[in-house]
Design a protein around this ligand. Structure first.
Ligand code: CTP
Ligand code: CA
Length: 222
């Protein structure tokens, strides 16, 4: 909206955002990924830039054009995303963790292509990836953190619990089956005071609402 563009809600703030899915390789030609399109993270990066922020985005693989004015670094795996975030994190005022980060990587990765004559089917083994948001939220003098939670059930309970577990002041919840790869979203904001639903709308407009919600909650002294 016009008011959004004329009010520089995040003037001179440095924003670090993760966006999109991650890809965890099985072998040189196969990956495990998820259904995140990156649309929400890219829309937030664009809204933050339009709100006067300088924006650094660490993105998994997407089909999207990089938003104007946003410095974008591409990564594939969750571990690469973690490294890229940690490089940038002490130069950031706000961290917005929108990426759908794989919870595990394939620990029995094969550096040659797996052949199909595995008799009993192929067995994959998994090891946990770093929880990027939780690690950033635990830093001394780290940025103010915003998390996301895409749940398929019990949204209110799961999202509020997740916010507390990761120790972040603001967490955005939504129903995964409605928003993954969609153009619209219904965000519910969870903070220490409870929950506040935002209207169902385009990801572009929802991103502007979220920037306003963040600006309103920022501590005045960092
Ligand atoms: N996240 C992250 N690094 C991970 C996993 C998640 O930074 N390895 C971030 C996501 O970007 C999101 C938030 O943590 O902002 C919540 O992610 P989600 O997958 O919903 O939560 P998990 O803690 O992984 O729990 P689960 O998948 O079991 O629901
Ligand atoms: Ca997860």
């Amino acid at each position: 909206t016009l008011a959004f563009f004329s009010t520089k809600y995040l003037l001179n703030k440095k924003i670090l955002i993760t966006a999109g899915p991650t890809e965890e390789p099985i072998d040189p030609v196969r990956v495990i990924t998820n259904k995140s399109s990156g649309k929400m993270g890219y829309a937030i990066a664009e809204a933050a830039f339009n709100a006067g922020a300088s924006v650094y985005m660490v993105s998994g693989p997407t089909q999207l054009a990089t938003p104007y004015g946003v410095t974008t670094e591409f990564v594939n795996t969750a571990r690469e995303m973690y490294q890229a975030v940690m490089k940038q994190v002490y130069d950031s005022d706000i961290f917005i963790s929108v990426a759908a980060v794989a919870d595990w990587y394939v620990s029995n990765y094969s550096d040659q292509k797996q052949k199909k004559q595995h008799q009993d089917g192929l067995k994959l083994e998994f090891a946990p990836n770093p929880d990027i948001l939780a690690e950033v939220a635990a830093l001394d003098n780290g940025p103010w953190c915003v998390g996301f939670a895409a749940e398929t059930e019990n949204l209110s309970d799961y999202a509020q619990a997740k916010r507390k577990r990761k120790n972040v002041p603001l967490l955005v919840g939504n129903l995964a089956q409605n928003v993954m790869n969609a153009d619209e979203t219904t965000m519910i904001l969870f903070d220490e005071h409870g929950e506040e639903p935002l209207p169902t709308t385009s990801k572009t407009l929802a991103a502007q609402y979220l920037i306003q919600a963040i600006a309103k909650r920022l501590p005045s002294i960092k």
